[in-house]
Design a protein around this ligand. Structure first.
Ligand SMILES: Nc1ncnc2c1ncn2[C@@H]1O[C@H](COP(=O)(O)OP(=O)(O)OP(=O)(O)O)[C@@H](O)[C@H]1O
Ligand SMILES: [Mg+2]
Length: 317
């Protein structure tokens, strides 16, 4: 069985790390700790939050917007947050930039007037089919090669599955649009918009391929309790159609045994053990990591570091 580190470290290729799981189980905290650890290992790392809750601002105690912001105390760590309005505007600008770059496709005859027309059209109609801000951020960073590793902090529940499903839906819509556009091209000879749609489609195909490859590391986080543990199985099954395998499970907020010798905490620990064993039996072929409940919250860089040390510290990277 591969270790956690063997999965995550971007030794041969870029890595995309996801943390799924029920609400409040520690996805944002573990994403922060993992991104911190990767950066400390010398890999240029981006922690990209697609959750509009902006938990990373609270965790790192600073104001992080939709621009990638370097965490000044850590050499290789950047954080970015989705900001719906900003993200849609950014996406629009990106599309306009790509329309501009179509002129460089020397093999195709794309006229200046065609490009100008297209730019004006997209400026007035910025929203793409089934587009949302989080998904823009997601697709953008799946196709950006600036970082060795991108750790995604996603919103709880089915948002995770919606996210991996998005490129598929997007590809479908684009294929339909491309087919319709081809007929227009046959009549008019104008190919600029067709080329643009094909470029957008290719990016989605590229994200789909990376999601199903060993570049994607999908972890599920749970508490040792019935509801989040049952959710683990559902998430694992929900990911199968996309070719994504769960690479490890974090059981978070485990009560330290030494404080659970009797009474209330003894009983609570016993309950936790029941679910820890259940997870271990059910997922015997992937790493299961037990993360203790800390006596602090995972707020501040110091505590992120503490959590990273607890998870990865004693293992060799
Ligand atoms: N091991 C831990 N020890 C102590 N506190 C923890 C631990 N892990 C997480 N927490 C705390 O639990 C709370 C929830 O954690 P977090 O926000 O990371 O969960 P989440 O899964 O991202 O939530 P959401 O589903 O809302 O995005 C936070 O207050 C965090 O500081
Ligand atoms: Mg969160």
């Amino acid at each position: 069985m591969k270790t956690l580190e063997e999965y995550i470290l971007p030794r041969e290729n870029r890595k995309f790390v996801f943390f799924g799981g029920k609400g409040g189980v520690g996805k944002s905290s573990l994403a922060a700790a993992t991104a911190f650890w990767l950066a400390e290992k010398g890999f240029k790392t981006l922690l990209a939050s697609t959750d509009i809750q902006k938990s990373q601002n609270d965790i790192f105690q600073r104001d992080i917007g939709s621009e990638e912001t370097q965490i000044s105390e850590v050499e290789n760590l950047w954080v970015v947050n989705v900001d719906p309005k900003e993200s849609i505007r950014k996406h629009q600008l990106e599309v306009l930039r790509r329309i501009e770059s179509l002129k460089d496709l020397s093999s195709e005859k794309i006229s200046e007037s065609e490009v100008t027309f297209l730019k004006e059209y997209w400026e007035k109609n910025p929203v793409l089919p089934c587009e949302t801000a989080s998904y823009n951020v997601f697709i953008h960073y799946m196709n950006n090669d600036q970082y060795d590793a991108v750790v995604f902090d996603t919103a709880p529940g089915y948002h995770n599955l919606e996210m991996v499903n998005y490129p598929w839906r997007y590809v479908y819509n684009l294929e339909m649009a491309i087919a319709a556009k081809r007929e227009v091209v046959d009549l008019t000879g104008k190919i600029a918009e067709l080329k643009l749609l094909e470029k957008l489609r290719d990016e989605s195909y590229s994200a789909i391929k990376k999601l199903a490859s060993d570049q994607t590391i999908y972890f599920v986080v749970t508490h040792p309790e019935m509801l989040p543990v049952y959710e683990v199985k559902r998430i694992q099954e929900g990911l199968i159609p996309y070719g994504i395998k769960v690479k490890g499970i974090f059981i978070n907020s485990v009560l330290p045994e030494e404080y659970c010798k009797s009474g209330f905490f003894f009983r609570r620990r016993l309950l936790q053990e029941k679910y820890i064993n259940l997870v271990k039996e059910e997922f015997s072929d992937i790493p299961i990591v037990e993360v203790p409940l800390l006596d602090t919250e995972v707020v501040s860089l110091e505590n992120v570091k503490k959590l990273a040390l607890l998870i990865y510290g004693s293992r060799k990277g």
